[in-house]
Each structure stands twice: as C-alpha cells, then as structure tokens.
Design a protein around this ligand. Sequence first.
Ligand code: GPW
Length: 841
Amino acid sequence: VEASIPEPQRDAWKKFQAKPFVSKDDFEKEVVRHVETTLARSMFNCDETAAYAAASLAFRDRLITEWNRTQQRQTFADTKRVYYLSLEFLMGRALDNAMLNVGLKNVAKEGLSELGFRIEDIINQEHDAALGNGGLGRLAACFLDSMASLNFPAWGYGLRYKYGIFKQEIVDGYQVEVPDYWLDFNPWEFPRHDIVVDVQFYGGVRKYQDEDGKNVAVWEGGEIVKATAYDVPIPGFNTPTTNNMRLWSSKAASGEFDFQKFNSGDYESSVADQQRAETISAVLYPNDNLDRGKELRLKQQYFWVAASLYDIVRRFKKSKRAWSEFPDQIAIQLNDTHPTLAIVELQRILIDMEGLDWDEAWTIVTNTFGYTNHTVLPEALEKWSVPLFQNLLPRHLQIIYDINMFFLQSVERKFPGDRDMLGRVSIIEESQPKMVRMAYLAIVGSHKVNGVAELHSDLIKTTIFRDFVKIFGPDKFTNVTNGITPRRWLHQANPRLSELIASKTGGLGFLKDLNILNELEKFADDKEFKKEWAEIKYANKVRLAKYIKSSTGVTVNPSSLFDIQVKRIHEYKRQQLNIFGVIHRYLTIKAMTPNERKKLTPRVSIFGGKAAPGYWMAKTIIHLINNVGAVINKDPDVGDLLKVIFLEDYNVSKAEIITPASDISEHISTAGTEASGTSNMKFVLNGGLIIGTCDGANIEITREIGENNIFLFGNLAEDVEDLRHTHNYGSHTMDTDLVKVFDLIKSNAFGDAGAFGALTGSIEDHGDYYLVSDDFHSYIETQALVDEAYKDQEEWITKTILSVARMGFFSSDRCINEYAEMIWNVEPLPVEKENGLGKEE
Ligand code: GPW
C-alpha cells in the first residue's frame, strides 16, 4: 500500500509540520501540555517524576522531529549507511544528554525553574538505560553519539531487554542481585507496531533440485516468533542529525495466548507459547568477558540478527539496485562475535530466498561485514555446540559447513598437505561435541578484522588469529584504538571543567575536535588557571564525598588522595591486587609511630563494580573489599589516613559522578589481558592521573601524555607466558609483603578467613595465573611514588593539565573516522544548520 501523501496535499503537511521548540517559553508550554494532557495531571499533582516525564517527552518530541528529517535526508541522498550490530548498548541516562546535545540545557534549566523545579533533581529521576555489561556496551553507546555528531548515516541495532544489567546491592558485604525492570516509564523509545518481522526457529531443511537442475533448500516447520521494532532517537552534538537505535522486542506469533486451550481449562500451557517467545528479549546475560554457551543466548542472537537483516535488506530492496551494489550501500559492523550469525543469515537470504549463486552471494557478504574483536581471553571466545545449533538453526548449520568447506579448500590450496593447519583453522572444532568457533566464522566472513588498541591488535595477530594472518595476509587485520565521547564524559559529567576549557580555547569547539585541548598546554604553569583547575577537582571530590556519605555512611576527607578503581570485577582486572595493596598500607600504618604517620598522604580507596552472578571468585573479591573497609574505616589508629569504600551498583550515571573526582585511578590488569579499557581514558580526560600496567590503551595513553604523567608498573605482556610456566613447572616463590598480607587475612582480621581461602589459594597454591604476586612489589613501590608525587601539588596539577591537553586522540570521533575510512568506506552526510538548533556556550 502506498503510504506517501500525494503531491497536491503536501503543502498542507509542510505548513503544519512540527516545529521544534527553541525558546524557554515554548519549552515550558510543551512541559505544561504534556503534564496536563499526556500525563493527565495538573499543577496540583505534578511531582518530580511527572516533571521528568513531561520534560523528557518535550525533548523526545523534538528529537523525533529531527529524527524524521534525518531519515528523509539520508533516504533521499541514498548514500552508503553503517549498521552497528551490538548485543549491548550501555546508554545511561538520556535527558541530560539530549539537552546538552541539542544545546538547550540552559533553556530547560530556566524553564524548569520557572515551573518550580531544579534541573538536577529532574535529571536524577531518570532510570539508567543499562542494556550492557561494561566496556563493550558503553563503547557502542559512545560510537552512536559520535556517528550522529559527525553526521554519519548510521543505525544501531540491538535487543530491547525487559531487564537490563541487574542492580547490585551489598548486604553484609556480599553482592545481592536485584532485577532491573526499567521499562515502567521510558519516554525515550518509540514503538513501531507497524514494523514487525517474523523470525523462525527449529524445524528442518528439505532439499531438492528444481526444473533447471538447481539445488534448492527450504527451511520449514519449527516455530515463529515476532520481532517488534522500538526506535530510540540518537541526537548528535550541535547538529540536526538524529540517528536511530532500533531495538527488537519478542512476542509470540499469535500475539496472544491460546484461547482454545484457555477455554478448555488448560491455563498454563495457554500462556506457555507466549511466555517462551517473550523470554527471548526478557533479560540481558550478565556475563562480561565470558561465554557460557546457553541455548537462550543463541536464540537471542539469531532473533536480533534475523530481524535486523530483514530490515536492512528490505530497505536496500526499495532502492531497486542490483545485489552486487549491496556492499556499496551498506556496511555492517559486528561488535564482537555476538552477531556473527548475520554473516550466515545474509548468505542464506541471498542464496535461498533471492536465488543468487554461492560465489556471487559470498562476495557480497564478505564485502559487507567488518568484525571487531574485544578480547583474547579464551573463556570469552564464543563457541556453540553443533547439536544445539543443528536443532535451533538447521539451515544455518548447513551453510556454515559449506562456508567451512570452501574456506578449508582455499587453505589447502595455499598450504598443500598441512593437515595440522586445517584442523587448527577449521570453523568446526572436532571436539566432543563438535563446536562452531564463532570468531573464526567472523574472520572468514568479513573483509576487515580489528582489535581495539595497538597492543591488543598485535596480540590477536600473533596469538589467537595467527594462522588467519598467514592465510588472508596481514592487511585484513587492523587496529582501531577505542575512544570515548567527550560530550558525555567531559561536558556532561564535568560541566565546570568543560566551561573552563571553553573559556580558554574559544568556546565548545573542542567537544567536536578534541585535539583543540592541546591549547591548554600553555596554561600548565599558569598560576590563575591552575588554581581554577584545582578548585574544580576539589569541588568534584566534595560532590563524590557527599555521595559516599549518603550511600555508605562513611565520612571521607575530600583533601585526601582519591584512588578509584571502578569496572566489572574480574580476576584479570585484578581488584584483588588493589585490595591486597590496601591491606599492606594498613599494616604499614599500624606499624608506624604517630609521628611517622603524620608524613603520610591520606588516601581514600574507592572500589565499584558488578560481579557476574555465577562468578564466585569475583564475589569473593567484593566480600573481601567490604570486610577490609569495615575494619579499617573504624580503626582509630588509621583515622583519615586510609578509608576503603565500596560503591554499590556502579553504572553509567554513577560513573558521571565518580570519574571527575579521581586523583588517581587504577587500570592494573595482567599485561596482555585487557584489550583496551576505556575508563582509563575517561579518568585522564577529567584531570586524574593513572596507575596502570603496560596493557591495552594504557600504552597509547602513555605515548600521548608522556611517561612522566603516568605511573606504570609490573611485568610486560611478553613475559607473562614464561612466568606462568615457571609458576607451574618451576619454583613459585611468593612476594614476602604479600605473604604478610595473606597472614593477616588468615588471622581472621577481616572476618572468617575461610571465606577467602579460594582467593588466596588461587595465588599461593594454584599457579597465580594473573601474576598478582609477581607484580605486587612493583605495585607497592609505584603506589609509594604516587604518595610522594601527590605531596607536590603544584607539580601534580601541572601533570594533570598536560595530560588533559594531550588526550585529543582518545575521542570516539577519531575512532569513528578511522572505521569510516579504513573499514566502512562511508562518508558523512553534511547538513545545513536548520531551524531550531540552539548553540549554547
Ligand atoms: F569478551 N569487553 C567487555 F570481548 O566489556 F566480548 N565485555 C566483553 O564481553 C568483551 C570485551 C568480550 C571489553 C574489553 O574487556 C575492554 O578491554 C574494552 O575496552 C571494551 O570491551 C571495548 O572494546
């Protein structure tokens, strides 16, 4: 059905087209209208929740108007688009971001104030959109911000989980998980009940030859689940471009429960189908850097990939272009291996549904996809059992076997007789049961593979994907070092710092061209500037201290050195090294005379992060941190010299308060294990220094800001293998200071030591895989250097200014431009400034 309005009537449409508000009065009018109509309330019962809802709806309407125009513009221009497929989008809050990106926060602030509200209180009403675990999901969110801000025609595709990452509560020092039901009221999504895609599962494949002797495969039977689109507008910063994030929600094909069964009294099974279908998009898997191989997860992956590809292909077909032009019009980026089935699904669409031959289809497929790898940890590399696959996606498994056969034939031609090589690179692992190696499938089906920091991209080429470099040549493998959006992580999280920088660099231009920060170098020794700089840091620490007081009851002195480690809890990230270091500091303080203590630098050690619910060792680390805090925080010998804080439920909105308040932050993974890290970038950009290992992006941060401005310690990635070998087959001698720390733990100083036996044992008795003991001495010594350096505040402040000035490289805008040029081959779609775009300075 033609839904387009005929020419003669279009003038009426144009005349009455929605006009986005610009002025304070128009904003207030919209808020009052939403309170009184959409929300059916009035000035007599408008609480902060209602005011948040109305303000958000006012901004959402505005974004949707720009979203519509952006989509029309992009469709009309008909240039190449990017689709970013990610199972996680860790967006955080939308209102503050929307206000800042469209340049109307001050307008909203005054408007809300006239209506009787403080903007901070309204912003704080919002529930985080937490559809992700950690770095990988937040990277996807930063990328969406950059793609919109740079005017790239780009969509994100993901799943609309009913429950995002769980909320963490700490009860008696233990992590307790509480479901995160966030959709109660979500003004930022736009249900598209007209965009529904059928997704098939299970069933079987019937093969036959048609009249022309062509092999035909039909995937039939099984069950159908419906995918409904929910669109979330993504506003660019200071540009009308408003891109789209499309999230799919699952429903039973019938849409309703089975009335037949219901009427015959079979209540339970009448809703069972419906529930089973809705389960697909019900909950985000809470594992970070871990693959558990669960069937429901594979179902999520196919559901999301099939709906997204159907949508992408449908849009392409409207253009009536030849299939061979598909990769000229479309780039699809795979955020890790989670969407790798898209490769198989596109091949299936092209050969089974559209009738292309294999080779023609495969050329299109491989030219369309790019694959980003985010880890070398073996336990995180996805593998699916063949029997499970066979049952759920029988046709896809056949296609994978064909892809593998053609691939292995090409390897055989290149390396005749090398049977070992064939076994090593086969997409099918010949184990019991056989497994599909998703990373290998992603490599074979993409034209580019990238890692996320230089060290990591080198490591994948020399370790896990070595053979593939030999097979495809080195040019297929590249690096795109991660970045962060300075809009959220500087302008939004640290408004005062942003304002100061703007005042010295000629406005907010640095938020779109972060290299402008360079101009700050000339203020690194400027007395006045340093004073303002230090005041802002102090104010941010006061803000965090207040938050610590209100959430934990512990009073911390904002003049202390704030030492922060916030990230998912994982043995490889080594929060255990940090807490053992804290215990060592405690022992040192206890052994000192009161006079000696006076020379110490007071420190607050702040931790935050979630453990995967099934990850016992990570939960043990949380337990230890809390118990150590409980003892130290009330020890009168220690007082303000040391406080230990565990902040509950670390998430994006809390990161916005925590990040600007660090003096030092910890990025201390075992060398070679953290692919990149991105919070390292956030902390430095906010005027904090870091202590870190030579791992991930720490190395490039050092190169950019200078080695005098970072505290590096520990063994290098190239030495890890040998050290592990020595632990297991040579002699394993424990660091003597660490032994003292363990002795204190074992004396039940922090509660029943039995609770921590597995943790200390993993280091003393079970090979110390993460090199905690090997790096302990170097860590302690380097922390002592931090204490010393902090005493010279003048020098410290200069270091932080120089560091910020040199962080331009780590903007996610730089990152997106690299993807666009090296991998996607797409160009931005320039826009003229249109009506309604305020630019606040
Ligand atoms: F295992 N990352 C993450 F590679 O946050 F899939 N979750 C994950 O499951 C994985 C990676 C995966 C992180 C990396 O650990 C971090 O080093 C990196 O900065 C981030 O992805 C973004 O690239």
